[in-house]
Design a protein around this ligand. Sequence first.
Ligand SMILES: Nc1nc2c(ncn2[C@@H]2O[C@H](COP(=O)(O)OP(=O)(O)O)[C@@H](O)[C@H]2O)c(=O)[nH]1
Ligand SMILES: [Mg+2]
Length: 443
Amino acid sequence: MLAALLPLRRTVRIGVTGLAKAGKTALLTSLAANLLAAGAGLATLPALGARLGPRRLRVGLAPAGADALPRFDYAAHLAALAADPPRWPARTNAVSLLALDLEVTRAAPLALVLPPHRLRLEVLDYPGEWLLDLPLLGQGFAAWSAAVLRRLEGRPAAAPFLGFLHALPARAGRDEALAASGHTLYRQALEGLRAEGLALLQPGRFLMPPPGPAPPWLGFFPMTGGGGLAALLEERYEQYRAAVRRELSAPGFAGIDRLVVLADVLAALHAGPAAFADAAAALGEVARALDGQQRPAWLPAFLAGLLPFLGGIERVAFVASKADHVAERQRGNLAALVNRLAATPRATTATFAIAAVRCTEDIVWTLEGHPVSAVRGRVAGEARAGRSYPGEVPDRTPDAAFWAHRFLALPDFEPMVLPLGGRGGVPHIGLDLLLDFLLGDLL
Ligand SMILES: Nc1nc2c(ncn2[C@@H]2O[C@H](COP(=O)(O)OP(=O)(O)O)[C@@H](O)[C@H]2O)c(=O)[nH]1
Ligand SMILES: [Mg+2]
């Protein structure tokens, strides 16, 4: 009670995670631009406006102070979107933090006696590749290797690496050069599989290396069997797991209160059945790992206590990004599909289909005499806006009949010209509903 009366500021930290190109940078940039515009009195986030009612919102970028984490370069990313013609923000890969200070005035009679309600909103851009390392914490080297090798079986991109493994002498010795060649081939296999659209690729830090020099223990690869080489790889694997564990309990990451898991589900549908099944498996593994209520089967009890990162998360949103590729009716299906893929029994989990940076408008298009709900937007490299109908989005895990008709083109749209050169927010779909789920109880 007393806390509510004091002019204290609460800090809430939201992690935004997703594999490379899932749309994290676009989401953080749009979120900041739309909150700043809402703070200037514009109706950029209707759901938030409805929650606040007559209360006034003020928003500012928070000073970096002496923070340990690099700041999210909001100014540069917004400048790209606000350019003429608009550009997508540049690629980012390291962790970064966006911090905003929110102030909300009190409702009528209280406003006379109480200072505004203050909230510091911290949004952490966290590589999804690293989140995919969580399942490793509960898996020894032998079990992990066996699982990975099963997934690689028969995949052309993994053939050189698998060939190397098969050519190894039984009980190969503790040979640094062999370890280095195997590691290089394994990394190349992961990169090839990623190019094919696969997502469940571990260890995630091989594809998204942390900043700084690479320590020697990074040089391992999955391998079954005994001998000196296997023992060396296992030692390195154990060092890798220790580093993941340390990082999850370091101040930057341990403090996450709420989490957004972004997934480009449309791209996975477009990439075909194998890529889709793999993306679904990755999302399922992450959902189970995050399901704090039930300790996931792979996580031994003694470890659960070591993971404040997992235990402290109050709300998780699973979000399909880039939903402006499809029209309204399909977006409902898209949200339903994510709901199936990330189904967990937790009440504090929700699913959304959003576009952080809306590039299209919905239209009705007559195809072969039939009207279909399609979208229109400017495609990269084309001067004029074009129409696009990628096909029906399934509302559940697609069956063979769905895959018989390939999910059509998924063009790279360019952002629309921003209102007021960026000060008017960024056009979006559903960002306000996501924000209301994440922050509603605090406002
Ligand atoms: N149509 C559309 N494309 C998007 C949207 N968000 C991201 N993209 C596309 O996805 C690319 C990667 O987004 P980015 O935010 O950099 O992903 P990150 O790697 O997760 O930070 C962008 O360059 C855009 O081409 C969106 O809301 N709508
Ligand atoms: Mg990024």
